[in-house]
Design a protein around this ligand. Structure first.
Ligand SMILES: [Zn+2]
Length: 352
């Protein structure tokens, strides 16, 4: 397959440039791709007025920069993000992403930038030419969703919780300012938020022909718009950030809801593999959730202590971080994320 790469620079800072992949021009041969290049590039630039376009060229799949993926089960491919917070060094590539190949391809999460999603798309095209029919967003956080537009342009239906659009709308202006500062303007170049085509408010099945994905919304836990995805063929469970491994869990939904979700046990009887939102794949449900459960229980207990001691929030945050220290082993970015969690948990437990 051949793919269109368009050189583009920021309209307000012509020193910041990168080549963007426009999947709408994908073609079986180079001439075909070249024929489509001009109108597709013109149309795309009209929808990206923050950019000025340059030269366009068509290249073979093997020439595209691609994410490294591992086949973790038959026809299930996984890319593990860096177990870190967003930085210039990791270019924002911190969230896990995956894709499942049936008669069509479903992608799970799209990364923090258009460039990351393009590299994921290239990894898919190294494996298969089958159409990408679905992109499922596990939840609203920008490290998981900002690349979605690439898959929309590739023809995929964008699937997310019915509560996601509202959460994104409240935050997206901040993200468009803050993420380029965190990962670099070049790494973020051309990133625009995509709209959701299919909103999920009850369990539903997505058919890929040879396999089926069960998509289940979860009550408020990590956020208020978390989805679980279960692949029937491989019995792989994709949890998004309902499960963190290695990177300190970050709380934005409900601490009680998250603990209740874990305490309820495996959400499906048939789980052969658990793919978390951050960190390595786990072989069992228990292996996946045990460290996170310990962390969240400790967060609840230490926050209760601070609340019952009538500490003001300003003193409670460092006190909770210090009481949590014995639980810090094995968690990246422990202090900063725990301080943020302490503030969220404090306001929730105060109201208990
Ligand atoms: Zn998240």
């Amino acid at each position: 397959m051949f793919h269109l790469l368009l050189a583009a620079c920021l309209a307000n800072d012509p020193a910041i440039c990168a080549e963007r992949l426009l999947p709408a021009a994908d073609a079986p041969d180079q001439q075909d791709c070249q024929r489509k290049a001009e109108p597709i590039a013109r149309d795309w630039l009209a929808r990206h007025p923050d950019l000025k376009g340059g030269e366009a060229r068509c290249v073979a799949t093997s020439e595209l920069p691609a994410l490294t993926v591992t086949e973790i089960a038959d026809e299930v491919y996984f890319h593990q993000g860096a177990v870190e917070q967003l930085s210039h060094r990791n270019q924002g590539r911190i969230a896990n992403t995956a894709f499942i190949v049936g008669d069509t391809v479903a992608v799970i999460d799209a990364g923090s930038s258009r460039a990351e999603a393009e590299a994921l798309y290239a990894a898919i095209r190294e494996v298969t030419d089958k159409p990408v029919s679905h992109l499922i967003l596990t939840h609203m956080h920008p490290d998981h969703i900002m690349g979605a537009e690439v898959f929309s342009e590739a023809g995929a239906t964008i699937v997310a919780s019915a509560r996601l659009p509202e959460g994104v709308a409240r935050r997206v202006d901040d993200w468009m300012m803050s993420i380029p500062r965190q990962i670099g303007a070049q790494a973020f170049l051309g990133t625009h938020i995509a709209s959701i085509d299919q909103k999920i408010d009850a369990p539903m099945t997505i058919s890929l022909g040879s396999t089926e994905l069960m998509v289940t919304p979860v009550p408020k836990a990590h956020t208020d718009n978390d989805l679980l995805i279960h692949d029937s063929d491989s019995a792989t469970l994709f949890t998004g950030d309902l499960v963190f491994r290695g990177l300190t869990p970050s709380l934005e939904g409900s601490l009680k809801g998250w603990l209740d979700w874990i305490a309820a046990g495996p959400p499906m009887p048939d789980i052969a593999l658990v793919v978390p939102g951050h960190g390595p794949v786990a072989a069992t449900w228990e292996e996946a959730v045990a460290p996170e459960w310990q962390y969240l229980e400790a967060l609840r207990d230490t926050t209760r202590k601070a609340v019952s001691g009538n500490m003001p929030l300003s003193r409670a945050i460092p006190a909770i971080v210090s009481m949590m220290k014995p639980f810090s082993e094995g968690w990246a970015d422990f202090d900063a994320t725990t301080a943020h969690n302490a503030s969220t948990a404090f306001s929730q437990i105060e109201w208990e």
